[in-house]
Design a protein around this ligand. Structure first.
Ligand SMILES: Nc1ncnc2c1ncn2[C@@H]1O[C@H](COP(=O)(O)OP(=O)(O)O)[C@@H](O)[C@H]1O
Ligand SMILES: [Mg+2]
Length: 361
């Protein structure tokens, strides 16, 4: 409520107005009499007669005026008080209406967000169903392909041993390379659709990373790239499957190296996250991943390396990390670089270690 309406609703204000108006009216009644007696030299008998006749009439008029104005003031006060109440009520209703409108808008926005999430969830579900069907198919196909492939490979190796001239050797070697590529894709497929059981042991991440780096650093792909390792010596050991972890590191290092041009760098760092987890980061200064590609990189068979990539490196790594109860995510800035973060639990609750000679699926 504003100060004007507070003032109008205060009874003291009206009684002040009433007193002032009464004083003014009284003065208006008295002044002509006083002037009349002062200005004209009137006979004392006439003066008395005028006073006796006119003054009572003036007094009665004055009293009636005062009473009428008091009544008018009270009436006016009540009227304004009611008006102010009505205005106040209208303001309250308006505020309530505004609040209701805001609530409605919020609910509509929530509903829209829920609809959006529902559509997203349904799309994801359809995607999972597609993968599940694909995985079933791939599993069957992989078994069918793998056995004859091993036969072809051993036959090609025998052929290579008996090769008579260098041209023939080159051709056979190319065939062997191609067969190995098919075989590794098929193995990748099998790993993705049916990850191998977990063989848990207590591992030093630093040592595992050293071994992987020692293996890759001689490869031509890594020759012109600076490899840096920042793993604190006091990092706790973790319970994990050494084979799966080194395969994850290998996949991520290969991706990083393939994206990084000569003179670039790849950094592997790790740090403890809370009491129960370790975060491992593999960051490169490579070409980065465009925003429209980033959401697809974990999809099986998604690759931007036409004819060279299988599109299984990240999906298999994700399957392995998840089977450890961990998580993997990618952040990337095109033309600046990519950072892959793995979060792995330090302990595998209720899962025995390899020393106990048990296998965990
Ligand atoms: N470090 C990286 N830098 C840039 N792009 C990357 C990186 N890691 C993954 N990618 C992108 O993700 C895609 C999928 O990777 P991946 O599953 O390993 O399959 P592949 O390496 O066989 O293509 C790659 O084709 C590439 O486009
Ligand atoms: Mg890859």
């Amino acid at each position: 409520m504003n100060s004007e309406s507070t003032r109008l609703r205060n009874p003291r204000y009206y009684w002040g107005v009433w007193l002032a108006s009464t004083a003014i009216v009284g003065a208006i009644f008295l002044i002509p009499f006083v002037l009349f007696f002062l200005m004209f030299n009137i006979e004392p008998g006439l003066k008395r007669a005028i006073l006796l006749n006119a003054l009572p009439c003036a007094a009665v008029g004055l009293v009636l005026t005062i009473l009428a104005s008091a009544h008018a003031v009270r009436y006016l006060h009540n009227l304004i008080r009611q008006t102010a109440k009505a205005v106040e009520l209208a303001e309250v209703r308006e505020r309530e209406r505004d609040l209701a409108q805001q609530e409605l808008i919020r609910k509509l926005q929530d509903e829209r967000e829920l609809d959006r999430q529902k559509v997203q969830f349904e799309a994801q579900l359809a995607e999972y169903e597609k993968y599940a069907a694909l995985a079933q198919l791939a599993l069957g196909a992989a078994h069918e392909i793998n056995n004859p492939l091993l036969g072809i490979l051993s036959h090609l190796e025998l052929e290579l041993r008996d090769a008579r001239n260098p041209e023939e050797r080159v051709e056979i070697e190319q065939c062997i390379q191609g067969t190995k590529r098919i075989s590794s894709t098929v193995r990748g497929l099998l790993n993705y659709t049916r990850p191998a059981p977990l063989w848990l042991s207590r591992l030093s991440l630093g040592r595992l990373v050293d071994e992987t780096l020692a293996f890759v650093c001689h490869q031509p792909l890594f020759r012109a790239i600076k490899l840096e390792k920042r793993i604190p010596a006091d990092l706790p050991e973790i319970s994990a499957d050494a084979n799966q972890l080194s395969q994850i590191f290998m996949n991520l290092l290969l991706n990083a190296a393939e994206a990084t041009s000569e003179g670039g760098s790849i950094t592997i760092s790790a740090q403890q996250k809370g009491d129960d987890a370790i975060a491992i980061r593999i960051a490169d200064t490579g070409c980065g991943i465009p925003g429209d590609i980033l959401p697809h990189v974990f999809e099986p068979f998604f690759t931007t390396k036409r004819g060279k990539g299988t599109g299984l490196g990240l999906s298999i790594s994700q399957a392995y990390v998840r089977s450890h109860g961990g998580d993997i995510c990618i952040q990337s800035v095109p033309q600046r670089g990519t950072e892959v973060t793995l979060v792995l639990p330090i302990r595998q609750q209720d899962r025995p270690l390899l020393e106990d000679e048990e296998m965990v699926v």
